[in-house]
Design a protein around this ligand. Structure first.
Ligand SMILES: [Zn+2]
Length: 363
């Protein structure tokens, strides 16, 4: 073979090689352009704007972005991932939840529902409940079961345990709550319990009953009586601590004399009396043991408006009988401390409502 022929053959081979390299290169370019879109391009194809893509790339993991390709464009996604309680690990659950309802629903509520593992379907009632001031998550089943269209009624009544009949679902009260322990028709005290030290009330503060009061409540009551007397109001104790046995005989006598309904409206069953705590007392005007006349006195007006400044609440207010389970008692005050008493006074709620939300739920 001649040298020129050899050269020609190697030239053809070279050209073939170049063509081959060119084809391979072309295939590569084609592959990257058509078959191997990057995330930006793929998200953009679904319909996300450049701003949205920027946020998604920043806040989502690669696997989460991959998950997005299973969905059509999600108009709420950018807002959702920017919300305060958004949890990355719940992203798919949020999307599934919103996809079941309409995408204009309240995303903060969706986040709350998903984060709290609430399984009730989204509804106006559920949203209103969750948004309510005194909503307690652990009571959600009871709210949903409660037969009322009014959200405030549902919250108030379930928080006060009114979905159970009085004395139908009773439990020992949690005495670790100390001055905030509750005693009512659902919570009772052990036979021998009273809070702190019981101190005999000095006759200067007492209508000759010889009653005792827990020292913390007694100190507050003395200050209250002293301050009131400086303004010309003469408030005295008419009945403070009562033992279980004493309450038992009191309640039994009322029941014999006036029947069960009357006894339950105006007196507590033994163990269920706030007087057994040592933190409650009935007050009257100096020298007057009558409870009924107290409401008409100037002392009552002063107590009603000032008792909270000393840590006492009017425990059985007018209009709240259905919650407390007792008739209106303008004479009965309970020590809970100044801050709590002030909150209850300013917000016009009962101790039942306060206790459910702030003490049992939060402490
Ligand atoms: Zn009382």
């Amino acid at each position: 073979m001649s040298t020129s022929k050899k050269r020609n053959k190697s030239n053809i081979l070279c050209v073939l090689c170049v063509i081959l390299i060119f084809i391979v290169l072309l295939l590569f370019i084609l592959y990257f352009c058509v078959f191997n879109d990057n995330d930006e391009k793929r998200l953009s194809k679904i319909g996300y704007s450049n701003d949205e893509i920027h946020t998604l790339m920043e806040k989502l993991s690669d696997s989460q972005i991959n998950e997005l390709y299973n969905y059509d464009y999600l108009p709420f996604l950018e807002s959702l991932i920017g919300l305060e309680n958004y949890k990355q690990e719940n992203m798919l659950s949020y999307i599934e939840y919103v996809n079941k309802i309409d995408s204009n629903s309240d995303l903060e509520i969706v986040i709350y529902l998903v984060n709290s593992n609430i399984n009730y379907p989204y509804s106006a009632k559920l949203v209103d409940l969750v948004r309510s001031k005194y909503f307690i998550l652990s009571r959600l089943d009871r709210y949903m079961k409660y037969d009322s269209d009014d959200i405030n009624t549902i919250i108030t009544n379930v928080n006060s345990n009114l979905d159970y009949k009085f004395y139908s679902n009773i439990n020992p009260t949690d005495t670790s709550k100390e001055t905030l322990l509750i005693v009512n028709k659902y919570y009772y005290l052990d036979k021998n319990y009273s809070y702190g030290n019981l101190v005999t009330i000095d006759k200067k503060y007492d209508n000759k009953t010889g009653s005792k009061l827990s020292s913390v409540a007694y100190e507050a009551f003395k200050k209250l009586v002293d301050d009131a007397s400086k303004k010309g109001y003469y408030i005295r104790n008419n009945s403070a601590y009562r033992s279980y046995d004493y309450q038992n005989s009191l309640y039994s006598n009322y029941k014999i004399l006036n029947g069960l309904a009357w006894a339950d409206k105006w007196s507590a069953r033994p163990g269920h009396s706030e007087h057994q705590t040592g933190l409650a007392l009935d007050v009257g005007v100096k020298g007057k043991l009558s409870l009924d006349s107290f409401e008409g006195s100037n002392e009552f007006i002063w107590m009603r408006d000032n008792a909270h400044l000393y840590g006492f609440i009017l425990r059985y207010p007018k209009g709240k009988e259905y919650i407390t389970g007792y008739g209106y008692e303008p004479w009965h005050y309970r020590y809970v401390g100044v801050d709590v008493a002030t909150y209850i006074y300013e917000n016009n709620i009962t101790f039942e409502e306060y206790y459910a939300y702030f003490v049992e739920n939060k402490m």
